[in-house]
Design a protein around this ligand. Sequence first.
Ligand SMILES: [Zn+2]
Length: 311
Amino acid sequence: MKRACVSVDLDGLQHYARIHGLGEAALDARTRGLHLTLALPRLLALFAVQGLKATFFVVGEDVRGEGAEVLHRAVQAGHELASHSHTHPYALARASASFVEEELARAEEALKAVSGVHPEGFRAPGYTLSSTLLGALVRRGYRYDASVFPAVPYYLAKAAVLGGMGLLGRSSASSLDSPAVLLAPRQPYAPDVHQPYRRGTAPLWELPMAVTRRLRVPFFGTLVTSAPAWAVRGAYRGVVRDDFLSLELHAVDVLDAADGITKALVRRQRDLGVARALKERRLAEVLSWLARDFTLCTLGEAARGLTPASR
Ligand SMILES: [Zn+2]
């Protein structure tokens, strides 16, 4: 059975401010909560049209107040909550074992409080894995990891941006992954705990984000909302024949400048400058393609449907 999963990284705008070297102080408390108070209800409405059950990767420390209420609504509507760490540290893949354990444990506690269950899945901040991190996921009983993004243009663009910022003397919170990720399998695999981007025998599934067959162009939210329509159709042709497709979205895919986001951030994060109505139309169209060509399910359901024989 061909399965497609839609997941959303619920990243607060302060993490974008950090990537762009703006400093978290550039954003007020309201703006820091928009990914849950404004973007999440919009996403729930968008997904309800296709009857789509999605996976939301949640930053543990965000589970409070109004944000926790909206997350609870998502759970009641049948969506999956998975862990995106507790504080979204971009350097998690370089962190010590004890720091990693604490990030995972605190996020699990926060997610359990709102969903009632231990999360089954994890996605690393900035998509970067390490053997320490993967080993901790295995020990803590995760069924899957969804951090691998084996996309060549994404890797090159990130390298260029970080290189440019280095030349300008600005510091970014983001960090560059090992080039080994570019050779990682495009379809679900059991990873090697010591080399997470290679096949091995770890008792959990790696569920990579969609990239096209030949050129490894990422088929993800930013492309869907911001690239020319012909490029979106072309990239889809490069993934539609796969048995497994993981479409990754972000909260910013349904936010725009009209939501009262500070101009300095809109200038730097260019997809915030694209009108929300246009982005939502694009997303709705792609979701209808997925519903036509695949069976839609959460990442947790996809991982449960995989058998050891498909390793
Ligand atoms: Zn993130």
